[in-house]
Design a protein around this ligand. Structure first.
Ligand code: ATP
Ligand code: MG
Length: 426
């Protein structure tokens, strides 16, 4: 089969992508910095399966949400069960808490996770079918200080990844007590302009008018601009929570804008909702979205445990990150003959034990060709093993960047390589 034929017959599924070794460095750096920062705040990783029972999301994410109505990757397995590739992470964590009685551990529970999510969305720039999220969850803490903690933590990560020009939008979507009255007013307002709404929002006007604010359609946005605002309907407790949340953001000197039409796409949110947006990214501008879900665990049949969290889209994050990839440094082995080749294999082993990346190629080459190969690969060092070196047990090490040459035993040369590394990193 020719390559072209193969390309046609087997290619990656639409909306998914390979992350190749060059680009993967950026991912590794972003992921390791995220882990490092989250652990500094006492968050610990919780890894849940990629596949879950479909009901988990129908119940958790919400039957009327875009995700559940349009975007789930659902299939029936060989046992006739309905399985879904997780479109978001929170329901999995809630399931794990209930299943393992994690609520019996000292609260708050602070978790993080980094991994792929799946949504049958229309693929476009910044929107994929398999994408990746950095996810944070806290359970068992009512204090709005934790709402601000996760926002501050998100900003620390963004700063660490060189992301600039972002805006934080905050809102309160109220609670079970105050939202129903608001919902009624909103429904009235939405039904009054029903003919100006897209078919999707016409349906939302009936079932969940709050969702109309989340529509990306310009006409719907315009129609919604005259709707009543949740901020005018908050009960005293929600009002106070929102007020305190903002005071804590001020304490951290974080800039934000109150956006009374900010609602999140999922059913379960209560009180705090926030988004961090890179406004220059256009329609796919939300890098991070989060909020509170105080009733979720209970509605799942678990204990009364409030929750809050955020999810950051890694693809969108990397599209605005400015990450310096550190130069890699490795030793290339230049040798002549079979004996020298064997010696190189032993030497490479010794250098790797010292934490030094080492590359022995197996093809017979002349010395000159070894050097052009080392140059082509970008080796910082070349370790030369010829007959003389074999006999003496001392080897030549060439610094390809500064054109210096050293002679020594393998451990002496390892010290030189490491010494330079240390000099460069301090
Ligand atoms: P949007 O309004 O852009 O559809 P969302 O509200 O569906 O976003 P969330 O469910 O809050 O997004 O997910 C959190 C983050 O995950 C988003 O802010 C975004 O960065 C990222 N994200 C969501 N869906 C996708 C996708 N299909 N492809 C790439 N990234 C995504
Ligand atoms: Mg979406």
């Amino acid at each position: 089969m020719s390559t072209d034929q193969l390309k046609k017959e087997i290619s990656a599924i639409k909306g998914t992508h390979d992350i190749l070794p060059g680009e993967v460095r950026l991912w590794q750096i972003a992921e390791s910095r995220a882990r490092e920062i989250f652990e500094l705040y006492g968050y610990r990783e919780l890894r849940a399966p990629v596949i879950e029972p479909t009901e988990l999301f129908e119940k958790g994410t919400g039957a009327s949400s875009d995700i559940v109505t349009k975007e789930m990757y659902t299939f029936t397995d060989k046992g006739g069960r309905s399985i879904t590739l997780r479109p978001e992470y929170t329901p999995s964590v809630v399931r794990a808490i209930i299943e393992h009685r994690l609520d019996l551990q000292p609260q708050p529970l602070r978790y993080y996770y980094i991994g792929p999510m799946f949504r049958y969305d229309r693929p476009q720039k910044g929107r994929y079918r398999q994408f990746h999220q950095i996810d944070i969850e806290v359970f068992g803490e009512k204090d709005p200080a934790v709402d601000a903690e996760i926002v501050e933590m998100a900003h620390r990560l963004l700063a660490r990844l060189g992301v600039e020009r972002v805006m934080t939008l905050v809102n309160s979507v109220g609670c079970k007590k105050c939202r129903p009255a608001y919902g009624q007013e909103l429904r009235k307002a939405a039904l009054a302009v029903k003919d100006r709404l897209c078919p999707d929002c016409q349906r939302k006007a009936e079932v969940n008018p709050l969702r109309i604010f989340d529509c990306k359609n310009e006409a719907c946005r315009e129609a919604a601009s005259g709707f009543p605002l949740i901020t005018d309907f908050l009960c005293p407790e929600c009002r106070e929570h929102f007020q305190k949340f903002r005071e804590y953001l001020d304490l951290y000197r974080l800039e934000y804008r109150v956006e009374p039409t900010l609602v999140r796409g999922l059913d379960y949110y209560t009180r705090t909702a926030f988004e961090i947006v890179a406004e220059h990214l256009g329609a796919q501008s939300a890098i991070c979205g989060g909020g509170r879900y105080d009733d979720m665990v209970k509605e799942f049949g678990g204990p009364d445990l409030c929750g809050i969290g955020f999810a950051m889209g890694v693809e969108r994050l990397l599209s605005v990150a400015r990450i310096q990839i550190p130069e890699t440094s490795f030793v290339y082995f230049a040798y002549l003959g079979q004996e020298a080749k064997k010696e190189c294999l032993r030497l490479a082993r010794a250098l790797r034990s010292e934490g030094i990346e080492s590359l022995v190629e197996f093809k017979d080459r002349r010395m000159k060709d070894h050097f052009s190969r080392a140059n082509k690969l970008g080796a910082e060092w070349v370790l030369i093993v010829g007959e003389d070196e074999l006999r003496k047990g001392k080897f030549q090490l060439k610094d390809m960047v500064n054109s210096r040459q050293f002679e020594g035993s393998v451990l002496e040369l390892a010290a030189i390589i490491k010494g330079k590394k240390i000099l460069e990193t301090t």
